[in-house]
Design a protein around this ligand. Structure first.
Ligand SMILES: Cc1cc2nc3c(=O)[nH]c(=O)nc-3n(C[C@H](O)[C@H](O)[C@H](O)COP(=O)(O)O)c2cc1C
Length: 157
């Protein structure tokens, strides 16, 4: 299974998580890490399993490095059925109404285009005492297990 970890960030938390998850994945898998600002919607491929880490800024909006990607992705048209992904959103329950909504914009569009979200929707709350990477590293193994079970050859890719 090949993993691509994509992140959208404004103050670096999502990037840190993405680097830590990438490093963990690389112990046993092929994995690359990329900023969403360096990723094009046309690059989505059924050959990869995507782990998307994205925070929330403004009022439930996307962070800076996800904006150029999302602008294109909103009007991007393609059949993404066959593309599987997992989502990890960052936010702060201090912003009650818009808690963790940044990543949900991307999640919604992926679903509209036919991609499939796998596993539990991961979340980190900046008002908690938990370190973002600790929460994400705890969330990761169940995602990897589900991703591996998607591989027809029994996870040997
Ligand atoms: C100006 C500002 C606006 C924010 N707006 C929201 C919001 O609307 N909803 C939310 O859940 N979190 C919001 N947050 C919290 C961030 O999503 C949270 O701190 C996150 O860990 C930042 O991750 P990043 O460093 O990857 O951008 C906001 C933070 C800042 C500084």
């Amino acid at each position: 299974m090949k993993f691509t970890v994509l992140y959208g960030t404004e103050s670096g938390n999502s990037e840190l998580i993405a680097q830590d998850l990438g490093q963990k994945l690389q112990e046993e898998h092929e994995a690359t890490v990329a900023d969403l600002q360096d990723f094009e919607p046309e690059q989505f491929s059924a050959e990869q399993f995507y782990i998307i880490i994205c925070s929330t800024h403004g009022e439930g909006e996307l962070p800076n490095t996800a904006l150029p990607f999302y602008e294109k992705f909103e009007s991007f048209e393609a059949d993404l059925s066959g593309v599987n992904y997992a989502m990890f959103g960052l936010g702060d329950t201090f912003y009650e109404e818009t808690y963790s909504q940044g990543s949900e914009h991307i999640d919604r569009r992926l679903t509209e285009l036919g991609a499939t979200r796998i596993g539990e929707y991961g979340r980190h709350d900046a008002s908690s005492w938990d370190l973002p990477s600790d929460v994400a590293l705890e969330w990761l193994p169940a995602i990897v297990e589900e991703a591996a079970s998607l591989t027809p050859a029994g996870g040997t890719q």
